[in-house]
Structures are given as structure tokens and as C-alpha cells.
Write a protein that binds this ligand. Structure first.
Ligand code: SF4
Length: 361
């Protein structure tokens, strides 16, 4: 059996870890050594002394959802008195507010609301792309896409084709949680299966729509199941190359039916570092600072992350679960500068935007 040091050395140089080796470094490697290996890999992949971020906003257009995940404090079941859905003008007003602040990306995401038909999204996306040609529509989770497919009696691919024709350019990797059947049965039994989630992503990639991939950890999954999640993503990335980045974020338990404990800071760093090493075919790893906070996000830059994600101008999903971390562009840039890197604005596809002025310039 290889020593831990040789496994870390191999992974730091871009060598592939087997599933068992991934579990082993996750469980047994010293956190600092894990971080050093992940940081070495990150520096090899992105040698410039920069850290990217995107100016974006999340527009939670509806909290009505028929999926009822137990880890979710955001949704309201159909006909609930607190259910709310924005109309197109309200969504457009929020896109305008974000665009006026320099946003190049919007994430229109919400519950799976059976009252909203495919034409509702087609008309909305068509308005957004015509009224805000400089803003990319990076929107809808796999759950929303499959929900639309059911309502319309179409395949997810047909839904994606129609949405793409209306202006959808890429998908966020939301709704993955942990792509292991046992876990999903407990925390999101009515959601798509792991195979279905992966297949919608595969279809999106085949249609030329890049996506991110997320992992929500810290609910009920085991160490092995975290690595299994990374493993199936790595396999799909080998086939399509369509994932732009991996975004692991931890479950916020405070107001959800599932409850439980919040992940620790050390667990956050360990997950990031192992992700960087295990996902050898992912170009980018994002420090999802919205749940652990910006100071932990700064530390993440030494555990494999090269991107700070978005300056999310509004996001209710994690806030409703009890996370309260906000940042302005200046805050985000100062954190990057404080860590010894240069902030650079990017777009959804990781094209650098040196034409866009930094808030700290
Ligand atoms: S996580 Fe998404 S799909 Fe699940 S209940 Fe919440 S809004 Fe619905």
C-alpha cells in the first residue's frame, strides 16, 4: 500500500487517485499536508497570482415547491399561505438592479412550482436576453428542468433545447446534494435520482451548455459517500468535459426539518482540499464562502480554491436556513488581496474581464 505522503505527492502532481485512495486521504491525511498538496495542485493549474470572482445575483423567483426536501428551509408547499412567485416584471426589475451594479450573470432559481409552464420560462428568458444582452442567463437546477419535463410531458433534453433557444446559456450545478441513492432517499426522496441528475447534466453538456457541479455535504452522508459523489462527477467530466467548476458547500441545519449539526471549519477545509486533489479533471474549485463566511473563504484560497464565486447580490435559499454572510465587491476583493492574490473579475465561462474595473482600483 502507498504511503499517505506518496498519495498526496502523486495527487499534487495531477495523478489520479482511486476511490479507496480518496477515502484514505480524506480520513487519514494531516490537514496541513492535505492543504499543501491541494494548494500545489491549484498553483500548477493556475500559476498566475490571481483569484477570480463573478458579479452575479440569484433571483429566487418562487418558493413554491412540490419536492419537499427535508434539508430545505426555503420552500413552501403548494397552496401554502407563505408561497410567493414573482411575475416577469418583478424578475426583470431585479435583473436590471443587478445589471446596473455590473452583473454579468444571473441565476434564476427557485422551487419546482407546478403552476409555472415551460412558456413562462421561455418568455422570461427571451425578455432577459433582449433587454440585458450583456447578462448571461446561468439558471435553473436539474430539479426545475425535470419538473418542467414532467409537466410538459417532454424529455429533459427537449426542455433544455427549448430553454437554450430562449436564451439559457448554462446551468448551475444545484440540486446534486450527495449523488448517492441512500442519502437522497433520506433528504430528498422526491428529487431526481443520482443517475437522472447526471443525465440532465450530460444532456446539457452535449447541447453545448456548460454547467458547474455542487455538493451539499454535512447532512447524513458518510465519508465514503462524499468521495462517491466526487467519483461520479469525475467520471462524467471524463466523458463530456462540460463542468466548469466544483462548488462544495455545507448544509446549514438551523431552520430545516432535517436539523443536525453544522460542519466545522476543519471539515470545510478538508473537503475543499480533497476535492481539489480527487477531481483532477476539474479546472476550477470555488470557495463557497456564503455558508462558512468570508474569513473562511479567504483560508480556502490555500486549500485548493482559485475562485471566490459570485458576489451574490441576493440569495434567500441559504439565508432562510440560517446563514447570514454578506459581502460587497470591495469586501471580496480585500479578502483576496489580504491573502496575497490579485482579484480578477471573470464571466460565467471563466473568461477574464480586465475591462471591468475592480471596486478597490
Ligand atoms: S431544495 Fe429545491 S427542490 Fe428541494 S424543497 Fe428546496 S426548493 Fe424544492
Amino acid at each position: 500500500m502507498s504511503s499517505l505522503a506518496s498519495l498526496l505527492d502523486r495527487a499534487a502532481r495531477g495523478g489520479r487517485l482511486s476511490f479507496d485512495e480518496g477515502v484514505r486521504i480524506y480520513r487519514e491525511a494531516d490537514l496541513h499536508e492535505l492543504g499543501m498538496a491541494a494548494h500545489a495542485r491549484r498553483i500548477t493549474l493556475h500559476p498566475a497570482d490571481t483569484v477570480t470572482y463573478v458579479i452575479d445575483t440569484t433571483i429566487d423567483y418562487t418558493n413554491v415547491c412540490n419536492v419537499h426536501c427535508t434539508f430545505c428551509a426555503f420552500f413552501r408547499p403548494e397552496h401554502h399561505k407563505e408561497g410567493r412567485t414573482l411575475d416577469h416584471d418583478q424578475v426583470i426589475a431585479r435583473v436590471k438592479k443587478a445589471a446596473d451594479l455590473g452583473a454579468t450573470q444571473i441565476m434564476i432559481q427557485g422551487g419546482v412550482n407546478p403552476d409555472l409552464r415551460l412558456t413562462w420560462f421561455e418568455e422570461l428568458f427571451d425578455r432577459v436576453r433582449h433587454e440585458f444582452p450583456n447578462v448571461d442567463i446561468h439558471s435553473l437546477s436539474v430539479s426545475e428542468v425535470t419538473g418542467l419535463a414532467k409537466i410538459e410531458n417532454l424529455t429533459p433534453r427537449q426542455v433544455l433545447e427549448r430553454l437554450k433557444a430562449a436564451g439559457l446559456k448554462s446551468l448551475p450545478g444545484a440540486g446534486a446534494e450527495i449523488l448517492v441513492e441512500r442519502v437522497r432517499k433520506r433528504i430528498s426522496a422526491r428529487k431526481v435520482t443520482p443517475a437522472e441528475w447526471l443525465d440532465v447534466m450530460r444532456q446539457a453538456h452535449h447541447l453545448g451548455m456548460p454547467t458547474t457541479a455542487t455538493m451539499m455535504y454535512g447532512s447524513i452522508e458518510t465519508d465514503e459517500e462524499r468521495i462517491e459523489h466526487m467519483h461520479v462527477l469525475r467520471e462524467l467530466q471524463d466523458q463530456t468535459g462540460g463542468f466548469t467548476a466544483f462548488i462544495p458547500w455545507f448544509y446549514v441545519p438551523f431552520k430545516t426539518p432535517l436539523r443536525g449539526k453544522e460542519a466545522t471549519a476543519l471539515e470545510y477545509l478538508r473537503v475543499l482540499a480533497v476535492s481539489r486533489l480527487y477531481l483532477d479533471n476539474f479546472a476550477h474549485l470555488q470557495a463557497s464562502w456564503l455558508t462558512p463566511g468570508l474569513k473562511m473563504g479567504q483560508l480556502a484560497l490555500f486549500y485548493g480554491c482559485d475562485d471566490m464565486g459570485g458576489v451574490i447580490i441576493e440569495d434567500r435559499v441559504v439565508r432562510d436556513a440560517g446563514a447570514n454572510n454578506d459581502a460587497t465587491r470591495r469586501d471580496l476583493e480585500n479578502v483576496i488581496i489580504g491573502a496575497g492574490f490579485k482579484p480578477v473579475i471573470r464571466d460565467t465561462y471563466w473568461n477574464l474581464r480586465p475591462d471591468m474595473a475592480l471596486a478597490t482600483a
